[in-house]
Design a binder for this molecule. Structure first.
Ligand code: BES
Ligand code: MN
Length: 464
């Protein structure tokens, strides 16, 4: 006997339309919507239009593409469930990270291919696949006639460059965006059998440091040794930012940091993410880091500082004897609650004032900056999501504070006054931001089923 409950109808709809949904997913992945590189601004527009069209085709109302100073923000809504039903704000970003280094991709980053159980393409896991996991679930419930929640959608094209336009946008459109809570699937899970609620994210303060020495590149034989080489100055400055125990030496860097409580330490330890796990994830034979903290503590609850890029002198084939006139480094710091990007900006400037050699000029530019966030784990919609994950995976989800950043989360709270349910179906091994990014299709499918349960329970059950 076939079971024709609306929930099963929705699941059937997804399963019987899987091929079509998969094709649409590939179509979305073929658009190289790279936000960091302005050469691709046309493709960003294309991805925005693609997504807006998809919302329209699903029957969502008032779909609009808002232009911003940079890339469009898409809005849409479905308000047919009525005022006594919750309104969920669906957040996502349709931009992706640059694919480089290109020669490490086994196939084209924007030519999706299946490899084993994975679909390989830039943006597959972070986060076009997560956007569609939300939309496909909604479509399936709609088809089963059981969509009894209100929805609003906000999709941005600038998350991977720090979301510079979205704060202004949500300030200006508070009424339009008024919702009960946000569902944000841009976080991830700890393993294919470990559905996860992310209850904290780190903030980010990102800088470029420019060093200027001689006013032009110099012959390193004719002038080497008598001028302060900017590449050397930069290397020394970077080296001085940490001591041998991994402690960050920007003046006052830890002053605002809230220590990890013993309870949280115990809880993080229970996740069983030991050194071996991180060695495997990173492909290293030895880890490094702040003395006195385990890797999972460092990633979730301690601030860190890293070099993300360096440019100086000649790096092409063969030798070129030259003293570069300039050097540049991209430095990111990941922040924990109570630290602000402005504080770190001041600390870095003070560090440079105290340590940069007098022979060079320097400049610090602040790029993206967003504060950390910690969410309420007991929030009703989070618990509702916990139940949906349980229904599909058959196990209790784990709770984790993640090291990554999603700028909008803290602003959803400050500006719109709403909590975010943070989860998603990205696995630690999905190689997000790296060559050969992929999404694990069985996990993606389970994720869509979990989303179906979540929307269904929220709209059709008294308690979920
Ligand atoms: N989806 C990631 C963040 C993430 C991944 C959170 C996995 C939790 C688990 C997001 O797209 C991202 O990469 N954010 C950037 C933000 C930055 C550019 C402002 C990051 O963390 O580097
Ligand atoms: Mn990302």
């Amino acid at each position: 006997m076939t079971n024709t409950s609306p929930l099963n109808k929705a699941i059937d709809h997804f399963q019987s339309n899987y091929d079509l949904y998969f094709k649409k997913f590939e179509e979305f992945l073929r658009i190289p919507s790279i936000s960091a590189d302005s050469t691709y601004s046309g493709d960003i527009q294309k991805a925005a239009t693609w997504l807006a069209d998809y919302l329209k085709q699903m029957g969502m109302q008032s779909v609009q593409v808002f232009q911003t100073a940079k890339y469009p923000i898409i809005y849409g809504e479905y308000l047919k469930a009525g005022a006594n039903k919750p309104t969920i704000l669906m957040y996502g970003h349709y931009d992706v990270q640059p694919p480089d280094p290109m020669d490490e991709w086994k196939s084209g980053p924007f030519e999706p291919v299946i490899e084993g159980k994975n679909l390989v393409a830039r943006g597959s896991s972070d986060m076009k696949g997560q956007i569609l996991a939300g939309l496909y679930a909604i479509e399936s419930i709609l088809d089963a006639g059981a969509l009894n929640v209100n929805l609003k959608f906000i999709y941005e094209g600038e998350e991977e460059i720090g979301s510079p336009s979205i704060v202004e946008f949500i300030k200006e459109h508070k009424d339009l965006l008024k919702s009960d809570f946000c569902l944000n699937l841009d976080a991830g899970m700890l393993g294919a059998d470990k559905p996860t609620i992310v209850y904290g994210l780190r903030g980010l303060a990102y800088f470029e440091i420019y060093i200027q020495g001689p006013d032009h590149d110099l012959h390193s034989g004719l002038f080497g040794g008598i001028v302060y080489n900017p590449a050397q100055a930069l290397a020394e400055l970077i080296a001085g930012m940490k001591d041998e125990s991994g402690k960050i030496l920007l003046p006052g860097f830890y002053d605002a940091v809230i220590p990890i409580s013993e309870d949280e330490r115990r809880e993080l330890a229970r996740l069983n993410l030991d050194e071996k796990y991180y060695m495997k994830q990173t492909g290293t034979s030895q880890l490094y880091g702040e003395a006195g903290y385990t890797p999972v503590e460092q990633i979730g609850a301690r601030p860190t500082l890293d070099v993300n890029g360096l440019r100086a002198g000649y790096t092409g084939e063969g030798p070129k004897t030259v003293i570069p006139s300039t050097a540049m480094a991209k430095i990111s710091t990941r922040l924990v609650p109570n630290q602000t990007p402005e504080m770190v900006n001041q600390q870095l400037i003070q560090y440079m004032q105290e340590h940069a050699p007098a022979q060079v000029k320097w400049e610090v530019k602040q790029l993206s900056s967003d504060p950390a966030s910690v969410a309420d784990r007991d929030y009703f919609a989070t618990q509702c999501f916990v139940n949906a994950l349980k229904e599909v995976w058959g196990v209790d989800p784990v709770y984790k504070r993640e090291g990554g950043s999603i700028p909008i989360v803290s602003h959803m709270k400050d500006i719109l006054g709403i909590e975010s349910v943070l989860s998603g179906y990205c696995l630690p091994g999905d190689l997000i931001h790296s060559p050969n990014e992929h999404i694990h299709l069985p996990t993606w499918k389970n994720g869509i089923l979990a989303n179906i349960h979540f929307f269904y329970n929220l709209g059709n059950k008294d308690a979920c």
